[in-house]
Design a protein around this ligand. Structure first.
Ligand code: ZN
Ligand code: ZN
Length: 365
């Protein structure tokens, strides 16, 4: 099964070589490599031509690479210049696409300065398989759904664990434990617990601040399972009686998020989808307070194509893409609200992958 998928993905890349105007593509992105081969080791590069599919890795991974990536010819690469020269001359390809967003400047310089490879032309490609990865197959959707279920469960514990006197850091760690106990192999990213005025910072790192009654709290977290990520944000109020401003901001964000989930259809541009929420938030006088995109694709990477933002006018949402929908309003000095769910696109519109309820009040016991 896995083999089949890998073979299909290699063929898809071969079909793109002409469009990229190259004879081979050199894959150095860890997640593109994993998606294209199944190999999960920390060191590995692929070289794919019309006829060849090579996977280079070092001694530590030879056995693992053979097991995980049987569709590839294993190239034993001990990080020597001789191995590099042989790897790039083995297939006979002379125009080689490189992943411009992943290959380091040092590695690219070394390749260019290597006299034994001076007959090769290196073609920088801004993207390789990212747009293919945006459309998920049923196994990938299932993996993300399982990661989302763990995240839902973990988020449901916030109202039991958050209390005046616990620090953001402690709460984040408690939640991380819940997530790992529930089966996550790792967190998808460093959990965000932002309380009080810190909640105005969309990517605040949990710190020593102690939660207190009257705080707005933004919790953003994701689990990782089989390499696949999930992502979920809920915003809370610690105490029983939030003031009017909390409700005004909270309800505006929720309204914008609900509108996006109801109105999005495949075939819309990602800019249009972002606009549904952005127009509503701007109309409420918050154009300065929603400074990030509406959402992002997710899979082996926590942020991947498609990106829902005002700049994404050429990206079209299509069925089986998975995206977050996460509008937010951030008021410096006061705090912020963000509500994020995970969705996948069907033939008719967006279906939810996250099911955690939106109950913002955490009573102080
Ligand atoms: Zn998030
Ligand atoms: Zn997100």
């Amino acid at each position: 099964m896995r083999d089949n998928i890998t073979t299909q993905r290699i063929s898809a890349v071969r079909n793109l070589l002409n469009e990229w105007r190259v004879e081979a593509v050199y894959i150095t992105s860890e997640t593109n490599r994993r998606w294209l081969s199944g190999f999960t080791g920390s060191n590995g590069q692929l070289l794919i031509t019309k006829e060849h599919a090579l996977l280079a890795t070092d001694f530590r991974y030879w056995e693992q690479a053979q097991q995980q990536a049987p569709a590839y010819t294993l190239f034993k690469h001990q990080r020597t210049t001789e191995d590099t020269v042989q790897f790039f001359t083995e297939t006979g390809a002379t125009r080689i696409g490189i992943e411009a967003n992943h290959l380091t400047l040092q590695a690219a310089t070394d390749l260019k300065n290597n006299n034994a490879l001076s007959h090769l032309t290196w073609v920088p490609l801004p993207q390789t398989v990212e747009s293919l990865r945006a459309v998920k197959n049923s196994d990938e959707i299932a993996a993300i759904q399982a990661a989302a279920a763990i995240t839902d469960h973990t988020m449901s514990q916030v109202n039991l664990l958050a209390r005046p006197g616990i620090s953001e850091k402690e709460l984040a760690w408690e939640l991380e434990k819940v997530m790992r106990d529930a089966g996550a192999e790792a967190t998808a990213f460093t959990l965000i617990v932002a309380s009080g005025p810190n909640s105005a910072l969309p990517h605040h790192r949990p710190g020593k601040r102690l939660l207190q009654a009257g705080d707005t709290i933004v919790v953003d977290m994701g689990a990782q399972l089989d390499g696949y990520k999930s992502d979920l944000t809920r915003s809370f109020y610690l105490g029983s009686e939030p003031n009017e401003q909390f409700w005004a901001v909270y309800n505006k964000v929720l309204e914008a998020q609900t509108a996006v989930i109801q109105q999005t259809r495949p075939g819309m541009t990602c800019k249009e989808i972002d606009g549904i929420a952005r127009n509503m938030i701007n109309a409420a006088g918050h154009e300065e307070h929603f400074g990030h995109g509406l959402g992002h694709g997710l899979g082996l990477d926590i942020h991947e194509t498609p990106f829902l933002s005002p700049r994404s006018d050429s990206t079209i949402l299509s069925p089986n893409m998975i995206t977050t929908i996460e509008p937010g309003i951030y008021l410096p000095g006061w705090g912020g609200i963000r509500i994020e769910d995970l969705t996948y696109c069907t033939e008719d519109g967006l279906a939810l992958l996250s099911h955690c309820p939106k109950v913002p009040i955490i009573p102080v016991r």
